[in-house]
Design a protein around this ligand. Structure first.
Ligand SMILES: [Zn+2]
Length: 246
């Protein structure tokens, strides 16, 4: 059930049976020569919508631009500053809280969003919860799609080598499944990208010149993407239902 496709009376009716909502949080950033700029938003949004449809969960619009300052050395990447991101997430949560939502599950698709999302959740709680009864408290959760046990195990099985940590075959596979008309190909040299640490966007580009870290995204295919989405949807439904009972 997508918020954007509901009317306000439908949202009113939903609130009589549930106080929970999923907010997909993505990013707009380079994903190597074969990965889509929107990979992280596409992944979080698709999995959230599938879970929402399967389990009668309201899904808010996807938050499309995250904190991706380290990707700014590559064309097309966009980033919010952490303080802007936190302020915007607070405003989204405050809007939902005002209508009676009391469980907001931030379902994340980008590693760089985790720290600022957790900071935002602390600020939201400090701002909205003082003076409220336990029953009326707003609770927020942050979870990323690759953190579910079933997804983690599937990634290890599908890609025992070359999974890496950025422009991974798993995230690329999900976008190939979501948008089969936008599957890209490009020669990758070396096949498995280097791994290591970086500091800032220039250093990132110098150390990882095509944008990948440790990955071989040519391993990706749409069938893998479907399996990964199914595993993530199953994980999300269980975890969300546990969360809203807190
Ligand atoms: Zn990504």
């Amino acid at each position: 059930m997508q918020l954007a496709l509901c009317t306000w009376p439908e949202v009113d009716a939903y609130l009589t049976r549930s106080k929970g909502v999923i907010v997909p949080v993505g990013s707009t950033e380079q994903h190597g020569p074969t990965g889509l700029i929107g990979t992280d938003t596409i992944s979080a949004e698709l999995i959230a919508r599938r879970a929402g449809d399967a389990a009668d969960i309201l899904v808010a619009p996807a938050f499309p631009v995250g904190v991706a300052l380290h990707h700014m050395g590559f064309a097309g990447s966009m980033s919010l500053r952490p303080e802007t991101f936190i302020a915007a997430i607070r405003d989204w949560a405050t809007s939902l809280d005002r209508h009676g939502f009391r469980r907001i599950y931030f379902f994340n698709g980008h590693g760089g969003n985790i720290a600022p999302l957790k900071a935002a959740v602390k600020e939201i709680s400090a701002e909205l919860n003082p003076g409220r009864t336990d029953e009326d408290r707003l609770e927020c959760k942050v979870h990323s799609w690759w953190q579910f046990e079933g997804v983690h195990m599937l990634c290890q099985t599908l890609y025992p080598e070359g999974h890496g940590s950025h422009a991974t075959p798993s995230e690329v596979a999900i976008t190939q499944y979501a948008y089969p008309d936008s599957i890209k190909s490009a020669p990758l040299e070396p096949r498995i990208a280097a791994t290591g640490h970086f500091s800032g966007p220039q250093d990132y580009r110098a150390k990882f010149p095509d944008g990948r870290i440790g990955s071989d995204p040519l391993l990706a295919n749409p069938a893998d993407g479907e399996k990964l989405v199914d595993a993530a949807v199953a994980g999300l439904i269980v975890d969300y239902q546990r969360f809203i009972r807190v």
